[in-house]
Design a protein around this ligand. Structure first.
Ligand code: GLN
Length: 491
């Protein structure tokens, strides 16, 4: 295994024993970025090479002084461009935040820096995290490392692609309706959406506040467990973060599923899920049974309405959250306007891309007087039913097993003209955000060389069980050493 392919836990061991230096690790990743970034396009902003190396040198110096090393000390990491970080511009891949340098750091970023992680840069995404392909970015596209003619998924496509391509060891993304898990599935890496309230949202630019969570990406389950542990925990700066104790997630990783009852909700395998995804999930279920799990089919009858409810609730919250971008306090301001109203209107019109404008209009409509009960009120009722059904199912099962996405990665421009088709790629992930539950995606097979994602959904604040399942599956299926080819773009 090349040094740039080492997982974080291997790097940690190498640093502690003196087998490698943090500088060597940083150089290996920087060289890898130099080789493949022009093909993949995972990053929006990279820190200067000398700053990255200076951070790595500081870790080596601390080690020489005999200081102890945290799990991510000296590990090259990337963050999504919607997490505030004083070392970088934070733009949410939007023109409206062009050149914005946040005056403070997101709590998740502070925690990683507190461990002396080596921050490389921030990654491409759909504008304001609205999308499923990273095509809605003012910063250009990110290509899927497994097939450069296809999307990496979204909205955290840059983070997923960076980890898959070896351009970062681990990365953070955000997941409002699937934006960590779906790109993880498309790029053949592991991605986890924590329970709502597990990780602080302080400094994460809000899309839909009742759904947003920051989540980890890694090339294996152990790295994802460790990264979750590094960023999780109560934060007084985020009123929705919960004072739940943070367990040792790594300790939950045991390689069997004995004594675990799992449910396979049939609604997640309904029409629209491709035959190759179905086949891969069926094979994964067989392997889980071999590993000692007891698996049964179950039903969550309201889940088929989740996508509709999500696409009312998420735009409604977004229309309110995005009202603050008016060209005065943050980012870009339209020039040559004659009064305030024109300035607001033109700044927003020029600054937001088409998908963000669509969401603001959808959300404003859903919240407007006379329609509120019909749309927003109704969607909230559906959300309540979905929460109850998950709670009921998870009282009988330790976790639920589903596909992460209904298909493998699709081609560029394939769904850009048809928003409903684009939204449908979230069909297996949004129900979990509505219910606030944790879920993890990991590779469970390939179709024509493209990865397929398996999703485990757990009880609230029980990330340990889904991590254990993912770990047991990963060890037995042994797909984690398969790496994307990254062949130079055609023509
Ligand atoms: N693709 C979904 C959307 O467009 C989810 C995005 C996300 O999780 N941030 O809303």
């Amino acid at each position: 295994m090349e040094l740039y392919e080492w997982p974080a836990h291997r790097i940690h061991r190498g640093l502690v024993t003196g087998e490698v230096s943090a500088r060597e690790v940083a150089l290996a990743t920087l060289d890898r970025i130099g080789q493949v970034e022009s093909s993949v396009g995972a990053y929006l902003h990279l820190r200067p090479r000398e700053d990255v190396l200076a951070d790595a040198d500081a870790v080596d110096a601390a080690l020489r002084r005999g200081e102890s090393l945290a799990a991510f000390g000296g590990v090259p990491v990337a963050i999504k461009d919607n997490m505030c970080c004083r070392l970088l511009p934070t733009t949410c891949a939007s023109r409206i935040l062009e050149g914005f340098h946040p005056p403070y750091d997101a709590t998740a970023v502070t925690r990683l820096q507190g461990q002396r992680a080596v921050l490389l840069g921030n990654t491409n995404m759909d504008e304001f995290a609205m999308g499923s392909s990273t095509e809605h970015s003012a910063g250009g596209v990110t290509r899927n490392p497994w097939d450069l003619g296809r999307v990496p998924g979204g909205s955290s496509g840059g983070s997923a692609a960076a980890v898959a391509a070896g351009e970062a060891v681990v990365a953070l993304g955000s997941d409002t309706g699937g934006s960590v898990r779906q790109p993880a599935a498309f790029c053949g890496v592991v991605g986890l959406k924590p329970t709502y309230g597990r990780v602080s949202r302080f400094g994460l630019v809000a899309f839909a506040s009742s759904l947003d969570q920051i989540g980890p990406f890694g090339r294996d389950v152990r790295d994802v467990a460790l990264l979750l542990g590094a960023v999780a925990g109560h934060d007084p700066a985020d009123a929705t973060s919960r004072p739940a104790e943070v367990p040792d997630f790594e300790a939950a990783l045991v390689p069997d599923c004995r004594g675990l009852r799992l449910g396979v909700p049939r609604e997640f395998l309904a029409a629209g899920v491709s035959p190759e995804v179905r086949a891969a999930i069926a094979a994964a279920v067989d392997l889980l049974v071999e590993l000692g799990a007891e698996v049964q089919e179950c039903s969550l009858p309201t889940v088929p309405y989740a996508l509709d409810a999500y696409y009312v609730i998420a735009p409604a919250e977004a229309s309110s959250n995005l009202a603050r971008f008016e060209g005065v306090r943050f980012g870009r301001r339209a020039q040559g306007t004659s009064d305030y109203v024109e300035m607001f209107r033109r700044s927003r019109g020029e600054g937001f891309g088409p998908e963000v404008r669509r969401r603001i209009m959808l959300g404003t409509y859903a919240l407007s007087a006379g329609y509120y009960d019909q749309y927003y009120g109704k969607a909230q009722q559906v959300r309540t039913l979905i929460c109850r059904e998950f709670e009921e199912a998870l009282s009988g099962y330790a976790a639920l097993v589903t596909p992460t996405a209904p298909s493998v990665a699709f081609g560029f421009a394939e769904k850009m003209d048809d928003p409903l088709q684009m939204y449908a790629s979230d069909v297996c992930t949004v129900p979990i955000n509505l219910a606030g539950l944790p879920a993890v995606s990991l590779p469970c097979g390939f179709s024509n060389g493209l990865p397929i994602g398996l999703q485990f959904i757990g009880r609230a604040f029980d990330e340990e069980t889904i991590l254990r399942l993912a770990y047991a599956y990963e060890q037995a299926a042994d797909l984690r050493h398969r790496r994307p080819p990254i062949v130079a773009p055609r023509g």
